[in-house]
Ligand binder design. Structure first.
Ligand code: EPU
Length: 433
């Protein structure tokens, strides 16, 4: 399929978007299903590239994965290979989570180096240390990670930073480890908690305690479970911004208000009129948008994944906005490139502007952005480098003067559920070229 979209500015984007389950939850549930010999069923699965990649990896191991509409069944009841083929190197980051389950199946495992968006260094040292704490022997090579373990035993693990996937790796691995695992410094993103609840349905004994702490009492076996995923908060925010920036109104359905609180407060601070009902969340512009200063953070702070559409929105707010990215040191670079290509005014700084000093101070990382609004954006040809900057390129094109060509839309389609169809339904003129 074509990897480039032609975008014509088409006035206010208006309508309803029902977001499907979150990309960053579904694939982890698929991996958790490897812990059981009976099938697990996951409903409200989004139609995103990451699910297709994860399905393909699991099938290559011998796991049964069937998709029926928006429901996926994962059956790890048969024999399973212990090595993820190297052809999956760099395709997404999910394979690193498979180490724990594969170790339980065969006592050894290999996964190729994980990929994912190029938004910072993205090391896997927390994953490796956690596995070693569980008693695994872990060898890292240029090809990937090999681990051996028999048995895995509960451990005390303190994460140096609340990493989402390292937390998920510990929850998944701790479920079947012998004895008790105590995890501190854990991430508490909604997708992490959703995974913890799914593991509990599978029979895992997981307690969440105050202060970023989980206690997991290992059980002898888990069983397949069923769940329906909550709507994707990152996608929900992106569509709210699409409506707001174009002077329209998108009503987002299917995403819990609780997962969007900080996003909504930020839009309110910019002067957006927010409506929240039991059925939907909507954002609309009555007065000109105002500049805002904020930093990204772990949950419940302003999510790093919301940053990219927000930077585009900042170009349309009156005054100087400031955004300090504290989660991934390179993440402002890509939306900044898109904004500049379209004539927007954005400057990047290596100092911590706005919010607390972060891990990237003194690291020569341009991780703070100052955006001047209101910028007149003009249509351009842009190559998009990652999921979120990809969506931002499209919404910037939607309000630019003239036609834009956005190439690299495969990145966008890896993380957004049917974005072409949804944006077209909202009134955006898009053509695959
Ligand atoms: N980190 C380390 N060592 C590690 C792991 C992480 O230093 O071993 C650092 C990272 O370099 C980063 C910070 O910890 O500075 C946080 O990274 P985290 O591990 O939380 O990110 P992740 O688990 O790899 C997930 C999402 C990202 C999302 C982040 C933060 C998935 C598949 N990805 O990544 O989503 O931005 O958490 O919430 O769940 C996206 O959806 O576009 C996306 C990139």
């Amino acid at each position: 399929m074509s990897d480039t979209w032609e975008v014509e500015p088409s006035g206010p984007l208006t309508g309803d978007v029902e977001v499907a389950g979150s990309k960053n939850a579904v694939t982890k549930h698929m991996v958790a299903a490897l812990l059981a010999n009976t099938p697990s069923t996951i409903a409200n699965v989004p139609d995103v590239g990451d699910v297709a990649i994860t399905t393909s990896i699991l099938r290559s191991l011998g796991v049964g994965v069937e998709r029926d509409g928006s429901t996926i069944t994962v059956d790890a009841g048969g024999p399973i290979a212990s090595e993820v083929p190297v052809e999956y190197t760099g395709l997404n980051r999910i394979s690193i989570l498979m180490l724990g389950p594969l170790l339980y199946r065969s006592g050894e495992a290999f996964v190729p180096l994980p990929g994912g968006d190029k938004i910072g260094r993205r090391p896997i040292d927390f994953h490796v240390s956690a596995l070693r704490a569980f008693g695994a022997e872990v060898i890292e090579t240029d090809a990937g990670v090999t681990a051996r373990a028999n048995p895995l035993v509960g451990a005390r693990i303190d994460l140096p930073y609340p990493s989402v996937m390292a937390t998920e790796a510990v929850l998944i691995t701790g479920a079947l480890a012998e004895g008790r695992t105590v995890l501190t410094g854990a991430a508490t993103e909604p997708e992490v908690l959703e995974l913890a609840l799914f593991l509990q349905r599978m029979g895992a004994r997981i307690q969440r305690q105050p202060g970023r702490r989980f206690v997991i009492d290992g059980v002898e076996r888990t069983r397949g479970a069923e769940t329906t995923l909550a709507g994707d908060r990152l996608e929900a925010f992106s569509y709210l911004v699409a409506g707001l920036i174009s002077g329209g109104q998108v009503r987002v359905k299917g995403c819990p208000q609780s997962a969007l609180t900080t996003a909504l407060t930020t839009l309110q601070a910019m002067g957006a009129d927010i409506r929240i009902t039991d059925e939907y969340v909507a954002a609309q512009q009555h007065l000109p948008l105002r500049a805002v200063a904020l930093h990204t953070d772990t949950h419940p702070g302003f999510a790093t994944d919301w940053q990219s559409p927000l930077l585009v929105l900042m170009t349309q707010a009156e005054g100087m906005s400031v955004l300090h990215e504290t989660v991934f040191e390179d993440r402002v670079r890509y939306p900044a490139g898109v904004i500049r290509a379209m004539g927007g005014e954005i400057e990047l700084f290596d100092t911590c502007l706005g919010g607390p000093h972060c891990r990237f101070a003194d690291r020569n990382a341009k991780h703070s952005a100052v955006v001047r609004g209101v910028s007149k954006l003009v249509g351009a040809d842009v190559e998009i480098p990652d999921v979120r900057a990809g969506f931002s390129g499209v919404i910037a094109s939607a309000v630019a003067d003239g036609t834009s060509h956005i190439s690299g839309v495969r990145h966008l389609e890896r993380g957004y559920d049917q974005p072409f169809e949804r944006l077209t339904d909202l009134g955006l003129t898009l053509r695959r070229v």
